[in-house]
Design a protein around this ligand. Sequence first.
Ligand code: IMP
Ligand code: MG
Length: 177
Amino acid sequence: MTLTVLHDEHAIAGRVADLAQRIAASVPADLLIVGVLKGAFVFVADLVRALDRLGVTPEVEFMRLSSYGRSRESAGSVRLLGEPPAAISGRTVLVVDDIADTGVSLDFARRFFAERGAARVMTCVLLDKPSRRRVAFVPEFVGFAVADVFVVGYGLDDAERYRHLPYLATVDGDANR
Ligand code: IMP
Ligand code: MG
């Protein structure tokens, strides 16, 4: 497998700060942030601290969605694993994920919170691959748009590898070797 740096730590920090500015300008004080595990764990950690610097004091929760397993392709149907994050009714919810690919996961998450009475649901992704969409889904906040390449690092994995990398990289070669 060959890794090629796509965005380094400095570039990511700059984009996270920009995103925090844009988010801070359009959310209420009682914001509920829900990170989608596992991929969003690094992004959420940096984003909430960037928001704190701007005076935003969100509640932070996480949810786990059924996912790819060890494959690089989406199974196409999504369900919640485990308990729903509590106290959704009347809240402004910002769902945070690492990447919007087919859009199926975040489309599910958006409906999930809307159906449970959220006052408003917004989504934020570090990466967006709009060319891969299978459903009409547009995130409100996007860090970087990417072409149809497989990205790892900064929380994103390839069969559970590379989540720990502090930068984003493209990976070529077959998965699961
Ligand atoms: P979607 O439901 O197809 O939009 O898929 C979203 C999930 O697929 C993301 O939360 C990631 O976990 C995973 N995913 C999609 N593209 C990539 C990629 O390039 N690298 C790593 N994970 C990816
Ligand atoms: Mg994910």
